[in-house]
Design a protein around this ligand. Structure first.
Ligand code: GLA
Length: 381
């Protein structure tokens, strides 16, 4: 079974857009191993849009652009596989990809076979230039079937940006992850609007098919294709923690050849990754603390609670606002009345140390944009 836990890897789009090449992918593969990203769980290396020539070949197959990929995709996939990584590619269910390259509509079975022949292990499948007359549900079913027909295990990453009530039908198509938002940008406003748009989606994510809230912008610092503004390290830490709590696939989007120390520390926080990769695969529920936020619509101060396979919980406190906030969570709101005689033993996943036993409340002040995430286990008082 694929995607038992949220898929992890790297994708070319956020930083590189159309500036992709054989050299970039080989260097990225080398770095993913050298830096310990593969060992931390980031196993899929995915080439996004803009890799193909504009014309198919005489047999109707997609052709990698020889100016970008002079040795073809099979040789590149072999290189990536030799490094111990898995290899991913991108296509789209319409007449063209989002960036205007040839896409797979009416070519689904031949394209799936081409990807399988090259050694592709992951296919991201977009939704641009889809004829209105055909439902995207049918086209995702079709590509899922075409991938199955190849006999190769290919993780199917559906990307229709949360439209067409996708959460209600995507798991049944055979997809392993599904984009539930528009495209992320490297700034806090984008991260916050993605997070707050997900309230209510919690039931639609779990082993075999995860709710994908888009690729990470951690470590981009405003550089690259979606690097519109950049974030501070505190914001990147909270962004990563939210993606872990919300069960999202963790697809790195920065240039891993030049990561800062802070970027390494965030992306390779094993204790946070363990929360994301917890085998029970439950998405957290959200408790708003205090009233509505600065736009009058949602709480800026919120707690996410994720039940874990060891019988405990991950509890993440987030301050989405630009002002320090005092937060107090009543354990009652997690289902724990004082009379039950239990407390929560806390371990801080960013400070990497024990944080005492909470009896009735957890109270603290969080700086602007900051977060605090605990692993909590029930203990008898
Ligand atoms: C869409 C997707 C992005 C990226 C681009 C490529 O916008 O949502 O993630 O794949 O297409 O053109």
């Amino acid at each position: 079974m694929l995607a038992k836990t949220p898929p992890m890897g790297w994708n070319s789009w956020n930083t590189f857009g159309q500036e992709i090449s054989d050299t970039l992918i080989r260097e990225t593969a080398d770095k993913m191993v050298e830096e310990g990203l593969l060992e931390a769980g980031y196993e899929y290396l995915v080439i996004d849009d803009c890799w193909a020539l504009m014309e198919r070949d005489g047999q109707g197959r997609l052709v990698p652009d020889p100016a970008k990929f002079p040795f073809g995709m099979k040789a590149l996939a072999d290189y990536v596989h030799q490094k111990g990584l898995k290899f991913g590619m991108y296509s789209c269910d319409g007449t063209m990809t989002c960036a205007g390259y040839p896409a797979s509509l009416e070519h689904e079975f031949i394209d799936a076979q081409t990807f399988a022949d090259w050694g592709v292990d992951f296919l991201k499948y977009d939704n641009c230039y889809k004829p209105r007359s055909i439902e995207s549900r049918l086209l995702y079913r079709r590509m899922a079937m075409a991938l199955r027909a190849t006999g190769r295990d290919i993780l199917f990453s559906a990307c229709n940006w949360g439209t067409d009530q996708v959460e209600t039908w995507i798991r049944s198509t055979g997809a392993h992850m599904w984009r539930s938002t528009g495209d992320i940008q490297d700034n806090w406003a984008s991260i916050k609007s993605i997070v707050t748009s997900q309230d209510g989606r919690e039931p639609y994510s779990g082993p075999g098919c995860y709710n994908d809230i888009d690729m990470l912008v951690v470590g981009m610092y405003g550089k690259g294709n979606v690097g519109l503004g950049g974030c501070s390290d505190v914001q990147y830490k909270s962004h990563f923690s939210l993606w872990c709590m919300m069960n999202s696939p963790l697809m790195i989007g920065c240039d891993v050849r030049s990561m800062s120390d802070a970027t390494r520390e965030i992306l390779m926080n094993r204790e946070m990754i363990a929360v994301n990769q917890d085998p029970e695969g439950r998405q957290s529920y959200m408790i708003p603390l205090g009233g509505v936020g600065d736009d009058g619509k949602y709480a800026d101060s919120r707690v996410y609670v994720k039940p874990l396979a060891d019988g405990g919980y991950a509890i993440g406190f987030f301050n989405l606002s630009g002002e320090a906030q005092r937060q107090s969570l009543a354990l009652w709101d997690l289902g724990l009345p004082t009379a039950a005689g239990y407390g929560l033993k806390l371990y801080d996943l960013w400070a990497h140390k024990e944080a005492g036993i909470a009896r009735e409340h957890i109270t603290h002040t969080l700086d602007a944009y900051d977060c605090r995430v605990y692993r909590a286990s029930l203990v008898r008082l």
